[in-house]
Write a protein that binds this ligand. Structure first.
Ligand SMILES: CC(C)(COP(=O)(O)OP(=O)(O)OC[C@H]1O[C@@H](n2cnc3c(N)ncnc32)[C@H](O)[C@@H]1OP(=O)(O)O)[C@@H](O)C(=O)NCCC(=O)NCCS
Length: 179
């Protein structure tokens, strides 16, 4: 990594690198596996961090913002490459996701995570999983390998964005057993 880090919306050509990066961390038990078709189908959610090197652009990591309802969006697929950890790249990807939420007019950003300290540094607060959870945050739980014994932490950040004035009620939650 030889130059300043930049973050931009992902392109189709980034998908193999995103897939590989998420696969690496999924293999370490840090995040959910994401099939390549899932990445393509949700590619407009994704941002990529990169830097300029003498050999061209270097891929540094990825993160995504997935809209759950009119008042909440989820950070998903956040992963910084193993060899460029702790250089501020994760924080920049989270910031890009938050800017996107603001642009769209969504006031809350949520994450399921094991990286509590990192998200606290980004201004997120832990929430009690037995209450206070928006019904839409369970949307991916049914395909999670830890569905029956979820030990991830729910974290949320309130952005300086007004609530949409005409927000309909979300459908009821599908809550995993044991929560
Ligand atoms: C979690 C992750 C995205 C953080 O990215 P990163 O680029 O290493 O983190 P940053 O350098 O942006 O760190 C931002 C701040 O968080 C702190 N931080 C990061 N990881 C931390 C950790 N594990 N424990 C304590 N603090 C941590 C940093 O010290 C930094 O603090 P500062 O703002 O006071 O300097 C990265 O470690 C990662 O890809 N992990 C594996 C996949 C994963 O767990 N993804 C999250 C799924 S939701």
């Amino acid at each position: 990594m030889t130059s300043e880090i930049s973050v931009r919306p992902a392109k189709a050509e980034d998908v193999p690198l995103i897939f590989e990066n998420i696969g690496y961390w999924a293999g370490q038990g840090k995040m959910l596996v994401r099939p390549m078709n899932d990445i393509f189908e949700n590619l407009r959610d994704f941002f990529v961090a990169e830097s300029e090197t003498v050999n061209g652009k270097e891929f540094l990591g990825n993160g995504a913002l997935h809209i759950l309802w009119g008042d909440i969006a989820e950070i998903r697929g956040l992963a910084v490459k193993y060899d460029v950890q702790a250089k501020g790249i994760g924080k920049k990807l989270v910031q890009a996701c938050e800017n996107e939420a603001k642009r769209i007019g969504i006031p809350k950003v949520f994450a399921w995570t094991y990286s509590v300290e990192f998200f606290e540094k980004c201004g997120y607060k832990l929430i009690d999983k037995s209450k206070d959870l928006h019904p839409r945050v369970w949307s991916e739980c049914l395909r999670c390998q830890f569905y029956a014994g979820c030990n991830e932490n729910g974290m949320i950040k309130q952005l300086d964005v007004p609530m949409p004035y005409n927000l309909p009620e979300p459908p009821p939650a599908q809550i995993p057993p044991g929560i």
